[in-house]
Structures are given as structure tokens and as C-alpha cells.
Design a protein around this ligand. Structure first.
Ligand code: ZN
Length: 172
């Protein structure tokens, strides 16, 4: 996010935070759906919970703003970072396939969110924005830690994982 401005206006910061949290919540919901399709209810449940946390965070941001926020279009806070807003992420077909890929993409997104808030906390001239951004960065670091724990449980699958997306059938 090299083009990031310093966020000296609280509503501007909150509008961006809301856009970020909403987008993440939506993506996590999609991943949860995909994990259900691929028979992984445990990871699906994790993503449902993360989606709910992001949605809740978004609602808190709205409550914190005392008036309607300016609309911020999806702004390039994408999984992997570089794609234009309407372009499906390059790895979409992969990250929807295995827990490892889903968790890796989510870990990257949480790390980006944490960096974003940490940079606002450092760069903003407004103390109230710095304090709030610092709080948000701490929440994101908890999500990063959660995903690191889950990644330890779901290591990278064998290199041929993408040729056999269906779970092997168990002999009767
Ligand atoms: Zn988060």
C-alpha cells in the first residue's frame, strides 16, 4: 500500500477501515463456503468465526463514526494485494481448494491489515486516529497469531494436491 496517505481525517480513516473489514468478511464467507464444499467443516467453522469478527469490527467502526461515512470503493486491499478491484485474484481457484491455501491467503490478508493499521498509527498527525489505529493493529495481530496456529495444523499439501481435489474414498 505504498500510495497510502497519512489519514489525518477520522472519517476518512474509518471509511477505509470499514471497506477493509467488509471486504475481508465477505472473502472469509466465500472461503467458508468453499471449505464446506471440500468437506472441511473444521476450517469452514474457523472462517465463519473470522468472518463474523471482521463483520463485527466493521459494525464497531460504523458505530464509532457519529455520522454516515464517505463511501470508499474497494480500494485494492485484495488477497495478494496487486490486482485491480474487479479482477479475481490469481490464486482464487487454488485458495478455495485446500485449507493450506485458504489459510495462507488469509494470513497474508491479516498481515496486510495489521501493517495498514500500524502504519496509520505511526503516520497520522491526529492522536485520536493514531490511538484507534493502534487498537485495530493489535486486533489484527491476534488474527495473524490465530492463523499461524492453524497453519501449523494444516501444512502445505503434497505438490500434486491440485490434481486430486476430492478426498480419497475410505474402503468399506
Ligand atoms: Zn483481522
Amino acid at each position: 500500500m505504498s500510495e497510502m496517505h497519512a489519514f489525518d481525517d477520522m472519517d476518512d480513516f474509518l471509511a477505509h477501515a470499514y471497506a477493509l473489514e467488509s471486504e475481508v468478511a465477505e472473502r472469509y464467507g466465500e472461503i467458508a463456503d468453499a471449505m464446506e464444499v471440500h468437506n472441511n467443516p473444521e476450517v469452514a467453522a474457523l472462517f465463519r468465526e473470522l468472518a463474523e469478527q471482521s463483520a463485527k469490527h466493521g459494525r464497531e467502526v460504523l458505530e464509532y463514526a457519529h455520522k454516515p461515512l464517505p463511501h470508499v470503493a474497494p480500494w485494492g486491499f485484495r488477497w495478494g494485494g496487486q490486482e485491480a478491484p474487479e479482477t479475481p485474484p490469481m490464486a482464487e481457484t487454488h485458495y478455495l481448494m485446500t485449507p493450506y491455501h485458504a489459510l495462507t491467503m488469509a494470513r497474508r490478508a491479516e498481515g496486510q491489515a495489521q501493517d495498514f493499521y500500524a502504519r496509520v498509527a505511526k503516520l497520522s498527525d491526529a492522536e485520536a486516529i493514531r490511538d484507534l489505529a493502534k487498537e485495530f493493529a493489535e486486533e489484527e495481530s491476534e488474527h495473524v497469531a490465530t492463523l499461524d496456529r492453524w497453519l501449523a495444523k494444516y501444512p502445505r499439501p503434497p505438490s500434486d494436491w491440485d490434481f486430486d481435489p476430492d478426498p480419497p474414498s475410505v474402503p468399506a
